[in-house]
Design a protein around this ligand. Sequence first.
Ligand code: ADP
Ligand code: MG
Length: 245
Amino acid sequence: MKEPKLIEAIGVDKQFGDTKVLRNCSLAVDVGETVVLIGPSGSGKSTFLRCLNLLEPPTGGDVFFEGRNITSDLRHADRIRRDIGMVFQNFELFQHLTAAENIMLAPMRVLGLCTADAHDLALDLLKKVHIPERSDHYPDELSGGQQQRVAIARALAMRPKMMLYDEPTSALDPEMIREVLDVMAELSADGMTSICVTHEMGFARRAADRIIFMEDGAIIENANAADFFGGLVNERTQRFLDQIL
Ligand code: ADP
Ligand code: MG
């Protein structure tokens, strides 16, 4: 039997009131794939990510995770958010908790880990994102790049099956972008299935298996990396690339 895709959106629509934000968006992602999602501001990238993990319920179409239709029953939402880690532009760390405590919170509350095990897990994950020495620091004592790496570690603490990144470096000073992208690329190289909204095309070149271009709520292009970087893109995608590069 054919392996089901890890996640598959089929004909996803999203409407806020009368405004159509997503139109018939379909995307299938295999286990281990890294997909980079690009497109102009307002094209629906964040909404699409949020529909994939049911932070927003789609108003049409279906999302399958490991072959199971998760949109048919929104009771799946908690489980899905555990299986899909998400990282946002503005880190969204708890300011009153240290780096380690931010990471420990969900594994203790949701997975039932004891403090000692959660602390060990936090230190392992802080090593993975290359800042073990920052474990006892509060977010306001960390650089933006360090905070975002704590946010990635926090997402990984739930042992997700895939990661969604929504413009993870766009709030960072240029000198910190690289350290965050490096961690994301390392995770991808280790086999973490990922969808990354980012316009860092150096990262896309290095880590992406596929590039998706969205415009006006629709997926205009879904190209494998070799074709994309070989210049085999449609005219609208090329026009957008000319603007950002
Ligand atoms: P992108 O991430 O590509 O910049 P978004 O997904 O954030 O795009 O937004 C797509 C469109 O949907 C925008 O026009 C935005 O104003 C609209 N939108 C997003 N969230 C909401 C919401 N909660 N209510 C109404 N409109 C929204
Ligand atoms: Mg967005």
